[in-house]
Design a protein around this ligand. Structure first.
Ligand code: GLC
Ligand code: MG
Length: 570
């Protein structure tokens, strides 16, 4: 199937679906049990077939792999575990040939402690690179300079016996924080970005971008009022002096200005923290990120009311002209198919591709991959070792991709670096390719629909009142009106319509182009996209959806929502 670009006036990062690949776990080519670039290269036709418009690739730089690549010892080379720069260039070319963009993960906040910059910095207090990292004297009793905690457990300060100072690390002690206040660091980092932009990458996902700067007074963090016995110890204090500091915003603006030296590139940012603050990461007086990543769908309770409220909260938290973005999975969060179950994972997929804004999903979500069950003893993630007992292990979502139902799932000829997990027989690409009602087929059809339906990316968003756990909204353009109805329960429901329509897609993939008159019957766990026949629009709704609204949030309408009558049949 040829996917036409539905609206050529939109920038690519607005109309494409983005697919995150964790390279260790995608495809191994050399039998060492760890995925690599040549493995990925052998799967680019799959990506084209699936219909993704961009790949976000987690780090492949040289790294001691303490945090599996998020601890970088050379920003301008590929780790031999993954391949070479030549392999990387071949990957860029192969993706571009298929009209797929490449977004590279970059990690500006910290390096590995093995990075030559840090090796120099810790060599002496007089070293020219001393000030490239965050060093501080002990407090009066000889302990750490203040109460700041590492996100991965314990003090965020590590004592350096040779030079008798502490260095700061927001994450592992092997991940010292760069000192972004130092212009030399910012220049060096801009050169790193230029290096990859010249190699043809189309954008970056900026790791941990909210924590680039710390309070220069090193003030103590206040207690976290929500802290109780179930809260992981690293969250004992509120992160006021280490998170989203004003200086961080200006560094992001500099990064964005640098990116603009190259045409048509995009900047995505990992901006941990509350949804209410996400708006700041878009354009201020100077532009910041194109897409500050939004994890709301992974953090919201899975029922229609909570989802409707969460979507509303997010839409209201971003500026009027900001482009929304939604994420359904990542290498840091439990898999959606495990969290809400495989039936509802189909609903989640339909939601992802019909909401206004850019959809991002994580390799394996398209086959309903579950978390792997990994015992504490088997855990590879350092987070689990450092903060055990709080369910923080990220290995379960990092288990290898399943390409077929064979013993090693087609991932490797060797021993996979993490156990494959359950349901390999039915939840693998080959099995689902031959099943035209599989989750994989659903993902592909949803992406194809989004590509051929401009209303789904540039149409207005009209929330409707959700009842009986059916999440309802519409996407509208001048001549089209699509109703999305998602049953978040295991019971069936009937939605009374004010209008006739044509069913364009059901998450069950067993009905298509079915006319619906006044009642839409939704089976358990069923979601549908319906095209409404606007000619017969109810008289009580003059100008509905056809009228332009000024709020431009990916075409979000601020019109008050309609009442829909829903009957529950069981
Ligand atoms: C980001 C990454 C995560 C990593 C951390 C430290 O949150 O997504 O995987 O551990 O940064 O680099
Ligand atoms: Mg390998």
């Amino acid at each position: 199937m040829v996917h036409q670009r539905a609206d050529s006036r939109l920038e690519w990062w607005k109309c494409c679906s983005i697919y995150q690949i964790y390279p260790r776990s995608f495809q191994d080519s050399d039998g060492d049990g760890v995925g690599d670039l040549n493995g990925l290269l052998s799967r680019v036709d799959y990506l084209a077939w699936l219909g993704v418009g961009a790949v976000w690739l987690s780090p492949v730089y040289r790294s001691p792999m303490r945090d599996f690549g998020y601890d970088i010892s050379d920003y301008t080379d590929v780790d031999p575990l993954f391949g070479t720069l030549t392999d990387f260039d071949r990957l860029v070319a192969a993706l571009h040939e298929r009209d797929i963009k490449l977004i590279l993960d970059v990690v500006p906040n910290h390096t590995s402690d093995q990075h030559p910059w840090f090796v120099e910095s810790r060599s002496s207090r007089d070293d020219p690179k001393r000030n490239w990292y965050v060093w501080a004297d002990p407090d009066a009793d000889g302990g750490p300079p203040n109460n700041w905690l590492s996100r991965f457990g314990g003090s965020a300060w590590e004592w350096d016996a040779r030079t008798e100072q502490y260095y700061y690390h927001a994450f592992l002690q092997e991940q010292p924080d760069l000192n972004w206040r130092n212009p030399a660091v910012r220049f060096a980092f801009a050169d790193v970005l230029r290096f990859w932009l010249r190699r043809g990458v189309d954008g970056f996902r900026v790791d941990a971008s909210a924590v680039l700067a710390e309070d220069p007074l090193l003030r103590d963090e206040p207690p976290n009022p929500d802290f109780d016995s179930k809260t992981p110890p690293p969250e004992r204090f509120k992160r006021v002096f280490t998170d989203v500091r004003p200086e961080t915003m200006s560094y992001i603006e500099e990064m964005r200005a640098m990116i603009e030296e190259f045409p048509d590139r995009a900047l995505l940012g990992e901006v941990q923290g509350s949804i209410d603050r996400i708006g700041q990461f878009y354009d201020a007086e100077r532009p910041r990120f194109h897409l500050p990543l939004n994890f709301l769908l992974l953090d919201t309770d899975w029922d229609a009311t909570s989802l409707a409220a969460g979507i509303d909260q997010y839409i209201n938290a971003i500026p009027d002209d900001a482009w929304p973005v939604w994420i359904l999975g990542s290498h840091d969060k439990p898999r959606i198919a495990t969290r809400i179950g495989i039936e509802q994972a189909r609903i989640a997929a339909m939601l992802l591709f019909t909401l206004p804004g850019t959809p991002i999903f994580y390799a394996g979500d398209e086959i309903g991959m579950p978390n792997s069950v990994i015992s504490s003893e088997e855990a590879r993630d350092p987070f689990e070792a450092l903060v055990p007992g709080y369910g923080l292990n990220r290995d379960p979502e990092r288990a290898p991709m399943r390409w077929d139902g064979n013993e090693k799932a087609g991932f490797t000829s060797g021993e996979p670096w993490l156990p494959l997990g359950d349901h390999v027989k039915e939840r693998n690409v080959a099995a689902q390719l031959s099943d035209d009602r599989s989750v994989l087929s659903l993902y592909r059809q949803l992406m194809a629909l989004r590509q051929t339906e401009p209303t789904l990316h540039s149409g207005q968003f009209q929330p409707l009142r959700s009842q009986s756990q059916v999440l309802l909204f519409e996407r509208c353009s001048d001549d089209r009106r699509l109703l999305i109805a998602l049953n978040t329960t295991t019971g069936s429901h009937t939605v009374a319509l004010h209008d006739r329509g044509m069913l364009r897609l059901s998450t069950h993939l067993d009905r298509l182009d079915e006319p619906v008159a006044s009642q839409l019957h939704l089976r358990p766990n069923e979601g549908v996209v319906m095209e409404m026949l606007t000619s017969s629009l109810s008289v009580s709704l003059p100008g509905y959806c056809g009228s332009r609204v000024s709020k431009a949030n990916g075409g979000i309408s601020s019109r008050p929502s309609l009442q829909w009558v829903i009957e529950t049949s069981d």
